[in-house]
Design a protein around this ligand. Structure first.
Ligand code: PEP
Ligand code: MN
Length: 359
């Protein structure tokens, strides 16, 4: 088992009860937006405010955060609204600046966790500092890299640590912005049971409609808390507009979440449960791939219709069957299974093209 030297996360004067909710906009945009959003969140009963000050963006030219200019705004949230405040740090300078303005919680973003040099620089800047640090999973599904980042921060003397699960980048377009791959945080929990894990359904989903179901799933997997993006006016947000919810909406979401007791009737998650979870995720992918394949078949159907070509071209069908069977057999799949599978796929594809042709 991996060993970290951990202490319970606490904030002065606040008992963190499961699920702890950290809420606030993706980015601090203006002083007014920060304060207004914080006041609305506080009015709904939330106590921990998040806002990105430095935003690592995938492509240049997008809004990269207001920078140090926004830190006094967080200080006002702390002093005037009475919330604890947290922000993302990606280098040593961010750590020094955030501490200077009294930020209560720091977190390391997914792109930073993937870079051990950056994590080590942050760890060095945190030596001798007593502050809770949350480490997001790296963008790639690599549990060792995630644990490695937690270890680096822990070795610098930070004992109030937690992990944030925010999903993993995929090239495939799925219903998620970042695929949850739940088996990875579950394995993290198995290896470091005393490490709290919170879920970030906003970055997993990429859209506000999915936040409730992902949050519920996280709580059913016994996560400790949630980090959710909330903006007073999501459609006008300067970053991640489609995944943010208003404070009011957030309240509806968190009220609806059912908290099942992990202790009553507790059964340890068996290897079979983990295997089944992996099967569920793989089947989701199989279905998504099939759906994509049928969409392409329909585009081919349209092309054939517009160019007056027959649907069935025996030579092409023969080629597909032989090629797929050869490749499948190299992967250890049986001849019979591959024949059935591709005959069935081809049948559905012909039927879709037929619908288009004869509509
Ligand atoms: C964020 O929390 O706004 C953020 C940038 O998240 P991530 O590092 O998960 O992409
Ligand atoms: Mn965001």
């Amino acid at each position: 088992m991996d060993k970290l030297n951990l202490e319970k996360i606490s904030l002065p004067g606040l008992d963190l009860e499961r699920p702890w909710v950290i809420a606030g906009p993706c980015s601090a945009e203006t002083e007014e937006q920060v304060l207004e959003t914080a006041k609305q969140l506080k009015a709904e009963g939330y106590n921990i405010f998040r806002a990105g000050i430095w935003k690592p963006r995938t492509r240049p030219g997008a809004f990269e955060g207001v920078g140090t200019l926004g830190l006094p705004w967080l200080k006002r949230v702390k002093e005037e609204v009475g919330m604890y405040v947290g922000t993302e740090v990606a280098n040593a300078n961010h750590v020094f600046e955030a501490l200077k303005y009294g930020v209560d919680i720091l977190w390391i973003g997914a792109r930073t966790t993937a870079n051990p040099f950056a994590v080590q620089e942050i760890a060095d800047a945190l030596k001798g500092v007593e502050i809770p640090v949350l480490v997001k999973n790296p963008v790639n599904p690599d549990l060792e890299l995630w644990i490695g980042a937690l270890e680096r921060i822990n070795r610098a003397g930070v004992t109030k640590l937690a992990a944030i699960h925010r999903g993993f980048s995929t090239y495939d377009k799925t219903k998620y912005r970042n695929h949850p791959q739940w088996q990875i945080p579950i394995e993290l929990k198995r290896r470091i049971p005393e490490l709290p894990i919170i879920c970030d359904p906003s970055h997993i989903s990429g859209k506000s409609e999915l936040i409730y179901e992902i949050s519920q799933e996280a709580m059913d997997l016994d996560f400790d808390g949630l980090l959710i993006e909330s903006h007073r006016c999501p459609e006008k947000a300067w970053s991640d507009a489609s995944q943010q919810v208003t404070p009011k909406n957030l309240k509806e979401i968190t009220t609806k979440i059912e908290l099942r007791d992990p202790k009553i009737g507790e059964k340890p998650r068996t290897e079979l449960d983990n295997l089944r979870l992996t099967i569920d995720e793989l089947d989701t992918k199989v279905l998504e791939v099939l759906q994509k394949r049928m969409e392409i078949s329909e585009s081919i159907g349209k092309y054939k219709r517009d160019n007056n070509i027959t649907i069935l071209q025996s030579r092409r069908y023969d080629e597909i069957m032989n090629n797929r069977k050869e490749r499948g057999m190299k992967l250890g799949l049986s001849d019979e299974f591959l024949t059935d599978l591709f005959e069935s796929i081809h049948k559905e594809s012909v039927s879709r093209q037929n619908d288009i042709m004869n509509k």
